[in-house]
Design a protein around this ligand. Structure first.
Ligand code: NAD
Ligand code: UD1
Length: 343
């Protein structure tokens, strides 16, 4: 990277799972990073551990996305050139229970952030957004490409769809904007150091944090949600992607936006799926621990199979996922027993 490519990048939600790994990847590429987070689903300990990995302090601004004035001041003070917007609420089940809070945090929060970008004297117009494969809803065909119809089946997914539409309208209104929506498939694993990873509050909703907590002895048994799907072993198949590959996808997207204006959408996945039982076996092999499980009825809203077409991201971003299933499980286990432990 030449010094002219070095940017001041604001990461909203940068203390969270994906933001912390992306902070490491961007920092190690030479960018200067700034974190804006209200710590509603993370803590300052994660920032300390990012600092330990990259070997230098990070400027952290504690605040809520809906505080437009604080965001405006942050963008100006630190002469931010680009924003990577991770901050948001992300639990599907919770979004069904408290939809207004999801729209307020995710949609209103994004509007506030965009208003701050418009108000700030330095007018940053480069924006990368954390979208999700959940915007596709039930797959009509596989692999899922970016042209697949959007039909999210829950309020969380609809917040992502609404935000994508707002960003598309913004890019149409002013060609100076450079926007990438990254539709993540299933991020798993952790940084190789074992210092940062995914450590959800309470009982995990997602498969791999649950499996890791069973392996470490914090939870007794995994419930496998159905073994009667139309898949090779009857359990659900997903496109799991190593979180560091995902993090590097953000570096590639920011690089792409230096030469491409307008609005762009990319799937970030590996292009192949693994079943729940394949994931359990791989985690057992990586950890040397057994992961007892029982088969229970299907979880409402789940689909049989989801995996990405990664052709567009590979061609345009010059990026592809490099790490394999073993890497995902070994790093996830290292983080679980070294840092998250049984706390
Ligand atoms: P996370 O909960 O670990 O991180 C989100 C961060 O945003 C947290 O640090 C939280 O404190 C912060 N935050 C939330 N609301 C905020 C607000 N109003 N103001 C300031 N900070 C706020 O989640 P993650 O897994 O790192 O996900 C990051 C983004 O990626 C989210 O937008 C999520 O919807 C999206 N995404 C995640 C996954 C996944 O499986 N983890 C999949 C697809 C998309
Ligand atoms: C979930 C979210 C989705 C989000 C994605 C990102 C739901 C309904 N969907 O998708 O919006 O974009 O995470 O990570 O929450 N499983 C078990 N036992 C468990 C947990 C999961 O068997 O305790 C199975 C599921 O049935 C599924 C697979 O494991 O087949 C993966 O589940 P999960 O990690 O929750 O991810 P998704 O359902 O793909």
């Amino acid at each position: 990277m030449t010094s002219s490519n070095i940017q001041n990048i604001l990461l909203t939600g940068g203390a969270g799972y994906i933001g912390s790994h992306t902070a490491v990847a961007l920092s190690q590429t030479g960018h200067r990073i700034f974190i804006f987070d209200n710590f509603c689903n993370s803590d300052r300990g994660a920032v300390k551990r990012i600092e330990a990995i990259i070997g230098r302090p990070i400027v952290v601004i504690e605040g809520d996305l809906r505080d437009t004035a604080l965001l405006t001041q942050t963008l100006q003070t630190h002469q931010i050139n680009a924003v990577v917007h991770f901050a948001g609420l992300k639990a599907v089940g919770e979004s069904n229970r408290i939809p207004v809070e999801y729209y307020a945090n995710n949609v209103q929060g994004t509007i506030s952030l965009l208003q701050a970008m418009q108000k700030a004297d330095n007018h940053p117009k480069t924006f990368v957004f954390s979208s999700s494969a959940t915007v596709y809803g039930d797959p009509k065909y596989l692999p899922i490409d970016e042209a697949h119809p959007l039909a999210a089946t829950n309020p969380y997914g609809r917040t992502k769809h609404h935000i994508e539409e707002i960003l598309g309208d913004l890019a149409k209104s002013d060609p100076a904007w450079r926007i990438a929506c990254l539709r993540y498939f299933n991020p798993v694993g952790a940084h190789d150091s074992g210092l940062i990873g995914e450590n959800p509050n309470g009982i995990p909703n997602n498969l791999m944090p649950f499996v890791a907590q069973v392996a470490v002895g914090k939870l007794a048994q995994l419930s496998v949600y159905g073994d009667d799907y139309d898949t090779p072993d009857g359990t659900g198949v997903r496109d799991y992607i190593h979180v560091m590959d995902l993090a590097e996808g953000h570096v590639a997207a920011l690089n792409y936006l230096t030469t491409h204006d307008g609005f762009h959408v990319f799937n970030l996945g590996t292009g192949r799926g693994y079943s729940v039982l394949e994931m359990v076996k791989a985690f057992e092999a990586a950890s040397g621990k057994s992961v007892p499980y029982k088969i229970v009825p299907r979880r409402a809203g789940d689909i049989a199979t989801s995996y990405a077409s990664v052709a567009y991201a590979t061609a345009e971003l010059n990026w592809h996922a490099k790490r394999n299933l073993k890497d995902m499980c070994e790093s996830g286990w290292k983080f679980q027993h070294m840092t998250a432990k049984s706390s």
